[in-house]
Design a protein around this ligand. Structure first.
Ligand code: DQA
Length: 144
């Protein structure tokens, strides 16, 4: 089983980016934690970060043929991107949406997600654990 992990814009800056909101763990560390969990579960991961909407759409389109699930933190595109939502809907690969912060307890514009209605579920507010919980949830869902 191969799972695609997608990180959206500005997540490459984790560790130094607004640590009061996002904590001090870097994206590299999150990817390492995901890698260990994937080995424990027995699945393969492909990890991709981009600051560009088009690059994320291209990777999602390619996922139609080569992955069993998508774990995505669309970051700011959560709140703006019909293109990413449409790409996920088009490929129809089971998707779990994750966020480090609780997007429902922040500015009002963050509580709306274009992705949530086409995702299997959304996990937010647990810092890096949101990704780990999301991976477990996606793995269990695909196995069923
Ligand atoms: C985020 C929340 C988004 O609102 C924000 O734009 C991000 C990160 C999170 O993981 O908490 O870039 O997706």
């Amino acid at each position: 089983m191969k799972i695609l992990v997608l990180h959206g814009p500005n997540l490459n800056l984790l560790g130094t980016r607004e640590p009061g909101v996002y904590g001090s763990v870097t994206l590299e560390e999150i990817n390492r934690m995901l890698g260990s969990l994937a080995s424990e579960l027995g699945c393969e991961l492909e990890i991709f970060q981009s600051n560009s909407e088009g690059a994320l759409v291209d990777r999602i389109q390619a996922a139609a043929t080569d992955v069993s699930g998508i774990l995505i933190n669309p970051a700011a595109y959560t709140h703006t991107s019909v293109a990413i939502r449409d790409a996920l809907a088009a490929v129809g690969v089971p998707t779990v949406e994750v966020h480090l912060s609780n997007i429902h307890s922040r500015e009002e514009f963050r509580s709306h997600s274009y992705i949530a209605p086409i995702a299997k579920g959304q996990i937010c507010g647990f810092g890096p654990d949101s990704y780990l919980l999301g991976l477990r949830a996606l793995f269990t869902l695909i196995k069923k």
